[in-house]
Design a protein around this ligand. Structure first.
Ligand code: ZN
Length: 141
């Protein structure tokens, strides 16, 4: 083995070391973020699945202001998939506040779960790369 070959090998080891610390830094960030997401997922919340849509309301009574382009306060509608088809239900006025809160909790939960799954995949890849970056050749130098 010539001198130039040795130089290349040493250089390669240094690159693996810096690659390993880059991966560890990335992993520790993701582990922290995943932990925060787990706290969100562990929160105890009632959730309303689906999305809430505001619908302008027209009663249609002759002479009502809504027939002259001034709609009543918007109605709230819950839209969600039931057995593969979109279903919409009107939300009673008395339930507006609660359903907004619960629909928001649902949205936040789904977002956290989506991100958690992405991080999980990412970490899986990082652990594999870290293994490669730290793998030693044998015999030892
Ligand atoms: Zn009206």
């Amino acid at each position: 083995m010539g001198k130039s070959d040795q130089y290349i090998i040493i250089n390669d080891d240094l690159m693996n070391d810096s690659e390993a610390s880059r991966l560890r830094l990335l992993a520790s960030r993701l582990v922290k973020e995943r932990h925060n997401l787990e706290n969100v997922l562990m929160e105890h919340h009632r959730m309303l699945r689906g999305s809430l849509l505001e619908r302008p309301k027209f009663c249609g009574k002759p002479g009502c202001k809504c027939t002259k382009g001034q709609p009543h306060p918007p109605g709230l509608c819950l839209s969600r998939l039931v057995n593969g088809t979109v279903r919409q239900v009107f939300i009673r006025g008395a339930d507006h506040e609660r359903s907004r809160k619960e629909a928001l909790s649902y949205k936040e939960y789904r977002q956290a779960l989506r991100r958690w799954r992405m991080i999980d995949k990412e970490l899986n890849r990082i652990w594999e790369d870290l293994e490669k970056a730290q793998e030693e050749a044998y015999p030892f130098e």
